[in-house]
Design a binder for this molecule. Structure first.
Ligand code: G3P
Ligand code: CA
Length: 737
């Protein structure tokens, strides 16, 4: 939120008259730890600077006093000047090295091509019209006042901001093409001294040229310098080393906006470097960068960024989840306390039959909201949008309700998991590829965060406070791909171990309650599931599929306990519930969404974390949960339950397995495994033979996700494993019985 310089304001007027240093009296920029833990994905100070790029250049001719005035009226924190130097050594505010694009030089001086600034004196430049081009280029924004606007000198620009900024507007200037203008740095410092702003706290000097910045450093050691970056300048560099290196002379970095990802945020903030990306004009991009914790941004649209930094807004996207044939959970997060309004309709313009629901976003849930929408029609696409009541910025989403009961409609779902740990930090490409499939829903099969791994959100793991856990979810939501997938379709999120800590057993892990509450805060989870922390529940897609979502962590015995009748993964109640659901289900396919695998030994020796004890590794390993799984396996066989598919991730490679647990030559159930989306990539190994696995496919060492299609008309179910670019690596069709 913006810096209040009321005190400074009073002093400033004094300063101007008494020629006292510009803002020496103003409040210094404080580096303050915010309330939310150790995340480096937050601004270094509580201020996010709105930097008017070339003035309010989306609304008026760049680098004219009128565009600077517009920026200040819109409450910019800084006005940015690009600097060029005239033939007679005067500094002017202009972006290009030539006068051609933003003045009428071609008309006034037709024989002076290519109209380089350095070939013209200030007097000649002062005769130019630096505004009419804007009226021609943007007729819908044209104004009489722009005609005849002059090219300002740096001194005029500075005095103009001092005069109209009320002490609240700072200066941000770039030495453009310093190699073209030898001695430019000295001139800049001279003008800053002459205009009494050299000691101002609200002064930044920026350049793409490191040499120019290092020169400015020697000339004015206390001035805050910003090293600008294009993609090419950062390509191939280790950002941590690079940020450490430039922190010798720079107070911050100005990267092109697409370069801003959690890794860069961490590298810069760990070196106390501010991050000011350029040029950010769309509110979606602004929100994306603010969610990453930038310290400010260059924008042509001053007002749009001010609107966001001044009022609570939807900061980390929206999502829908636990969708049935008549209801859905809608989720959103804001960046401060406010009320969130949702509009839901079958009309994507929200003009007719729109349901409106409002819910408070408060700090107790890290400003996340979950609202249930009932009374929806089956098999229908619904559109929704959310905005904080104090902000114009809204985010849209859509989801499809399940077909009515007993109907047989085709289904396409995607599933994946394991995101944001073990050295892998967002963004992850798989999300966009999944969204492109327009799936009916997304099953997020656990390890939706790695709370116990080092990432920019929690550089010193494990996560210990709820703030750490929240920071992890926010980190993953900085990923535009994930946000777009969650906006595009309904999500069923289940947790696995890294939502709390590696291989944890709920009842015996002190962090379980904290991890669980953060998990429920950050996913659109229905009351049926969150009540009593069950998390397990059945969802149907008409009669095409029943999906039994399991909770493999909440009720489990410690991994180290020897397997036997008294060891459980699901707990008696859930185990009974699962059997009941399988028995009662008359759907074509029964999908069991589990967060751990059946026959791939996971965890470690003597503390197996999946169902298998790992006979293929050490037949004497007494752990694992095979005793309980055998009960499920036998039940499926004895009751003749057909078309059962266990779907999971967790192992960080993809595999598709048929099981003939009673060795009668016929498959009894199947297991579909994908992943990771964004975590360490592993290669597949051998399988524990206990339940008669028959490996149809196994591939590792690549990011991937799964696609599962059920077509009741052809009585077929098809599984595909696709890599992060959407390329199919494996496809298999099961004939449904
Ligand atoms: O100064 C930040 C940004 O403006 C750099 O790009 O070309 O607009 O000056 P440019
Ligand atoms: Ca610039």
């Amino acid at each position: 939120m913006r810096k209040s310089l009321v005190a400074g304001l009073a002093c400033l007027s004094l300063a101007v008259t008494a020629a006292a240093p510009y803002a020496a009296l103003a409040k210094p920029i404080e580096i303050s730890p915010t309330e939310n833990g150790q995340s480096s994905l937050r601004p270094l100070t509580s201020d996010v600077a709105v930097i008017a790029h070339r003035g309010a250049s989306a609304y008026g001719p760049e680098h004219t006093l009128v565009a600077y005035k517009q920026a200040m009226t819109m409450q910019a924190d800084y006005v940015e000047f690009d600097l060029q130097m005239t033939k007679d050594g005067q500094l002017i505010a202009m972006h290009d090295e030539t006068l051609a694009r933003t003045t009428n030089a071609k008309e006034l001086y037709p024989d002076r091509a290519p109209w380089r600034v350095k070939d013209f004196t200030l007097d000649e430049i002062k005769r130019l019209d630096a505004g009419s081009w804007f009226n021609k280029a943007y007729p819908d924004k044209a104004k009489q006042a722009y005609i005849g606007q002059q090219v300002p000198t740096l001194e005029e620009a500075i005095e103009f901001v001092k005069q109209h900024g009320n002490g609240k507007v700072g200066l941000y200037m770039e030495t453009k093409a310093p190699n073209v203008y030898p001695g430019m740095e000295e001139k800049v410092i001279d003008v800053l001294k002459k205009t009494n702003v050299l000691d101002s706290e609200m002064l930044f000097l920026e350049s793409f040229s490191e040499d120019s910045l290092r020169k400015l450093k020697t000339l004015a050691p206390d001035v805050k310098l910003i090293q600008l970056y294009t993609g090419a300048m950062l390509a191939g560099k280790d950002v941590h080393q690079e940020m450490k290196r430039i922190s010798e002379y720079a107070a911050g970095v100005g990267p092109s906006k697409e370069l801003v990802v959690p890794k860069l945020m961490e590298a810069a903030h760990q070196n106390q470097l501010l991050i000011h990306p350029w040029t950010v004009n769309a509110q979606d991009d602004m929100v994306s960068l603010l969610s990453l914790g930038v310290d400010g941004a260059f924008t042509n649209n001053t007002d749009l960024l001010v609107d966001l930094v001044e009022k609570p807004f939807i900061s980390h996207g929206v999502a829908s989840g636990d969708v049935t044939d008549s209801s859905a959970i809608l989720w959103a997060r804001t960046n401060a306390a406010t009320n969130v309004q949702f509009e839901i309709s079958t009309d994507s313009t929200f003009k007719k039959e729109t349901i409106v629901k409002t819910s408070p976003a408060d700090v107790a849930h890290d400003f996340t909201v979950n609202v249930k929408i009932d009374g929806l029609k089956p098999d229908t696409t619904y559109y929704y949008r959310a905005h904080s009541v104090s902000s114009k910025y809204s985010v849209n989403g859509s989801f499809k309700t399940a077909p009515e009961e007993n109907s047989l409609k085709p289904l396409t779902m995607v599933w994946g998991g394991d995101t944001g740990g073990q050295g892998e930090i967002p963004p992850f490409k798989s999300y966009k590829s999944m969204a492109a499939l327009n799936p009916d829903f997304f099953l997020f099969s656990g390890d939706t965060i790695y709370a116990d791994n080092a990432t920019p959100a929690v550089p010193n793991p494990p996560s210990g406070t709820v703030q750490d856990f929240w920071a992890k979810y926010k980190e993953n939501r900085t990923d535009a791909g994930l946000r777009s997938l969650l906006q595009k379709t309904g999500t069923f999120a289940i947790w696995d171990d890294h939502e709390v800590t590696n291989d944890f057993s709920g009842p015996s892990q002190p962090l379980t309650p904290t991890g669980l509450s953060a998990f429920k805060d950050y996913w659109p989870i229905s009351g049926e599931r969150s009540e009593a922390d069950k998390l397990y529940h059945k969802y149907s897609w008409g009669n095409t599929m029943d999906m039994m979502i399991l909770n493999n962590r909440g009720y489990r015995s410690p991994n180290t306990q020897a397997d036997g009748a008294d060891k459980t993964m699901l707990g008696d109640e859930q185990l009974h519930w699962l059997k009941q659901q399988l028995l009662e289900s008359d759907s074509k396919v029964k999908l069991i969404a589990t967060s751990v695998p059946i026959s791939i030994p996971t965890g470690k020796a003597m503390a197996r974390d999946g169902w298998a004890n790992g006979d293929n590794v050490n037949p004497n390993d007494p752990t694992g949960y095979e005793n309980e799984f055998k009960e499920i396996s036998d039940f499926i066989i004895e009751k003749g339950i057909k078309n059962v598919f266990f779907v999971t991730t967790d192992v960080h490679f993809a595999e598709v397995i048929k099981y003939d647990a009673n060795h009668d030559g016929k498959a009894d159930y199947n297991e579909l495994i994908s992943g990771p989306i964004g975590a360490v990539k592993i290669n597949p190994g051998t399988l524990d033979p206990t339940f008669g696995p028959d490996k149809l496919y196994a591939e590792g060492n690549f990011f991937n996700y799964g696609v599962f299609r059920v077509d009741p008309a052809t009585q077929q179910a098809t599984v595909e494993i696709q890599d992060e670019n959407g390329k199919t690596h494996f496809s298999h069709t099961f004939e449904l019985e």
